[in-house]
Design a protein around this ligand. Structure first.
Ligand code: NAD
Ligand code: DAU
Length: 331
């Protein structure tokens, strides 16, 4: 199978490409990536001779048409992905996440190619801390930030192309990923690399917000499972029952990295900060048999900390730039 992977030089895409080279060695992979600040060709060096790489923007309709015409399936990761950036400058999110997805849908329609659209639980808005419910495939879209609104917009386009044109598409909405190659702007790598540099973790607001953590390999295995066993036209929620508030995550990182439990700062909150995400992934589990392999976040974070310890040259240049941005934003 010839698979076009968009955004394959970013965090989840890199892990997807490296992992599927192991688990699906017969797949021919082409990666298209604009190599924004969040993507790096260095990430794909371990598999460089086993894939084709195209440096390009998915908002470029002609390029996308040529690439999709030559594929059997598309796995669409490419997006601007960071909420704080979307609050600072929303436009790149509109271009990559909405227009880019539109270009892919049009090409997939024209060439009758299967496409899997990667989305996020953030399209459903947030839950109260004491709400016993979790997001399901039936939860109405109610995004809060420019990032999540752009992802919800893309989801609606995919659904419309399925219904109106019979597009051979599936969607998945996953919770917060952690693991190797995640950009240092994101919560867990920001704190790990900060601690390694002697900087205290920074918790937004009171640190009470809850995220539903999943290891990136579990997310990517679910994506492969949906490609192979999912029903065309359907949406699947991906989650690993990993709810933790931000204080709990920082406490665990401090313990695992040998620092005192009170060694953190509370900083100003993110505007419109979603309180809690929680995924009910029963549909995916029941229909496909997928289940997460990383049941223990302590083990997953231990592995992730070790990866950042071993890859300082990978993250150090981005760390400096990222912290300058956070300084300007007051977070
Ligand atoms: P990331 O920011 O680490 O990587 C995104 C990649 O897309 C980068 O390599 C970037 O260069 C590329 N890209 C951006 N705009 C592009 C464009 N216009 N054309 C071509 N390439 C472009 O993001 P990530 O965390 O790996 O997220 C990947 C996908 O998964 C996104 O769609 C995101 O919404 C979704 N998602 C992420 C999480 C998470 O926790 N990180 C959870 C659920 C869903
Ligand atoms: O839920 C899926 C989403 O998870 C994905 O769609 C996004 O692409 C991904 O970035 C992530 O979004 P979040 O906004 O939840 O992730 P982030 O890593 O930015 O923040 C996680 C939580 O930690 C959130 O409550 C904000 C908080 N935070 C973040 C940073 C960077 C802090 O308290 N301190 C920080 O320094």
């Amino acid at each position: 199978m010839k698979v076009l992977v968009t955004g394959g030089a970013g965090f989840i895409g890199t892990n997807f490409v490296q992992r599927t080279r192991q688990t699906r060695p017969d797949w021919e992979l082409t990666v298209v990536d604009a190599l924004t600040y969040a993507g790096s060709l260095e990430n794909l060096a371990p598999v460089a001779d086993q894939i084709e790489f195209v440096h390009g923007n998915i908002a470029d309709g002609d390029l996308v048409d040529r690439l999709v015409a030559n594929a059997d399936a598309v796995v669409h990761f490419a997006a601007e992905s960071h909420n704080d950036n979307s609050l600072d400058d929303p436009w790149p999110f509109m271009e990559s996440n909405i227009i880019g997805t539109f270009r892919l849908l049009e090409a997939a329609r024209k060439h009758n190619v299967r496409i899997h659209h990667i989305s996020t639980d953030e399209v459903y808005g947030d839950l109260e801390l004491d709400d016993p419910s979790r997001f399901t495939e039936q939860t109405p879209l109610n995004p809060s930030s420019p990032y999540s609104a752009s992802k919800a917009s893309a989801d609606l386009l995919v659904r419309a192309w399925i219904r109106s044109f019979g597009l051979q598409a599936t969607l998945s909405n996953c919770s917060n990923n952690y693991g190797p190659y995640q950009h240092v702007e994101k919560f867990i790598p920001r704190q790990i690399t900060g601690i390694l540099q002697g900087i205290k973790p920074k918790l937004y607001g009171k640190g009470a917000n809850v995220r539903d953590w999943i290891h990136v390999d579990d997310h990517n295995d679910a994506v492969v499972t949906i490609l192979e066993k999912g029903r065309v036209g359907e949406t699947y929620l991906i989650g690993a029952d990993g709810e933790q508030d931000n204080r709990q995550i920082v406490a665990l990182l401090l313990e695992l990295m040998g620092k005192p439990a009170d060694w953190f700062d509370l900083v100003s909150d993110r505007p419109g900060h979603d309180m809690r995400y929680a995924i009910d992934s029963s549909k995916l589990r029941a229909e496909t048999g997928w289940s997460p392999q990383y049941q223990d976040i302590r083990a997953g974070l231990t592995q992730t900390i070790q990866w950042y310890r071993d890859h300082e040259s990978w993250w150090a240049p981005a760390k400096e730039r990222t912290e300058q941005t956070y300084l300007r934003l007051g977070r």
